[in-house]
Design a protein around this ligand. Structure first.
Ligand SMILES: *Cc1c(COP(=O)(O)O)cnc(C)c1O
Length: 380
């Protein structure tokens, strides 16, 4: 079955008890055994829950994987996955990525004795050179948050496979509707379902998807052992969100590209970082591995922090807030907001400057969004 059908039906047959068409919220911690030594399909909700299972199976189908796992947050998914690694292990990470991932890797995971090395994964020779006998994992995020850099999924996966190194890709920015990393040989897909997959800014959640049975078994063991799973109500909400993923992503994509083209011509804009623009240095790679660009991108305001703050302070329809992927439009300042957990020199080295603005374009009317930015720019 195709994507739009899977998003509505995968993992979600009518409920066996009463035939409920929508997956019920199994708000229960425990399940009655049928008899002594005869558990049912589920026994305890940390280990498994029917609402969660429906979401996990749906997300696995959408990413083209065989196993899905739903977590309390995107960071819970990351922390659970990274619990596989220990002292002496070496992990290669793209040198520009989500601030929370950077913080988790450089504090909690590094303190366990895992060596974290940031490498520009856009340079395939640098990837090859960085691999050591102790390298266990390459961590990709494409496009990156907030700089919209891409990594070649197929090329990095091939190098990793040659060296028997696993790969994980954070696919939060595009969702499986626009990019399916497993199709390019990536081993595990990570999502903050908080963003596009849920799409309504009313849940925090995360997910891991894989087709590797050995990794799936390890992830399942850790999800249960660490207790980082998502609760049934949150799973229900994400399932409801995912049903409209395809139609939402089309609208996000159209609006964001419209705004990117408008900003590109604006005299008060220094540059626009959007992989759908022909001027993006990796536009050809975007066309190769993505079927759309999503709704989140960044741009640099001409001038410095003062000009940028004037823009941020004068929007009305765009809400000044962190996060992304909801139906409503958000605007934020990575330097002081989402990426503040990164040391200043790391931010600067990455290209997160004071005049960088990230927007998450919602599915409102495009003309209203442009008019809002136009009014705010007039005050810059
Ligand atoms: C938000 C985000 C995360 C973390 O997810 P939470 O649900 O906030 O824990 C990870 N990666 C990316 C790219 C994100 O945008």
């Amino acid at each position: 079955m195709r994507f739009k059908t899977l998003s509505i039906h995968a993992g979600q047959g009518p409920d066996p008890t009463y035939g409920a068409v929508m997956t019920p919220i199994y708000q229960t911690s425990t399940f009655a055994f049928k008899g002594v030594e005869q558990p049912g399909t589920f026994d305890y909700s940390r280990s498994g829950n029917p609402t969660r299972k429906a979401l996990e199976n749906c997300l696995a189908a959408l990413e083209g994987g065989t196993h899905g796992f739903a977590f309390a947050t995107g960071m819970a998914a990351e922390a659970t996955f990274l619990a596989m690694y220990g002292p002496g292990d070496h992990i290669i990470v793209h040198d520009d990525l989500y601030g929370g991932t950077y913080r988790l890797l450089t504090t909690v995971i590094a303190e366990k004795g895992v060596t974290i090395e940031f490498v520009n994964l856009r340079d395939l020779d640098a990837v090859r050179k960085a691999i050591r006998p102790s390298t266990k994992l390459i961590w990709l995020e494409t496009p990156t948050n907030p700089l919209m850099n891409l990594q070649d999924l197929g090329a990095v996966a091939a190098i990793a496979k040659e060296h028997k190194v696993h790969t994980i890709c954070d696919n939060t920015f595009l969702s499986p509707y626009f990019q399916r990393p497993l199709d390019f040989g990536i081993d595990v897909v990570l999502h903050s379902t908080t963003k596009y997959i849920n799409g309504h800014s009313d849940v925090v959640g995360g997910a891991l998807i894989t087709s590797d049975p050995v990794l799936a078994e390890k992830i399942g063991f850790l999800q249960n052992g660490m207790g980082t799973c998502s609760g049934p109500l949150d799973c229900f909400l994400v399932l409801r969100g995912v049903k409209t993923l395809a139609v939402r992503m089309e609208e996000h994509n159209k609006n964001a590209l419209g705004i990117a083209r408008w900003l590109d011509k604006h005299p008060k804009v220094e540059s626009v970082l959007h992989p759908g623009l022909e001027s993006h240095p990796q536009h050809a790679l975007a066309l190769k591995q993505m079927s759309g660009y999503g709704g989140t991108f960044s741009f640099r305001v001409k001038g410095g922090q003062a000009e940028t703050f004037r823009l941020l302070g004068n929007v009305e329809l765009f809400t000044l807030a962190e996060s992304l992927g909801g139906v409503e439009s958000l605007i934020e300042h990575p330097w002081t907001m989402t990426h503040v957990s990164m040391p200043e020199d790391a931010r600067a080295a990455m290209g997160i400057t004071q005049n960088l603005v990230r927007i998450s374009v919602g599915i409102e009317d495009l003309d209203d969004l442009i008019e809002d930015l136009d009014r705010a720019f007039a005050k810059v």
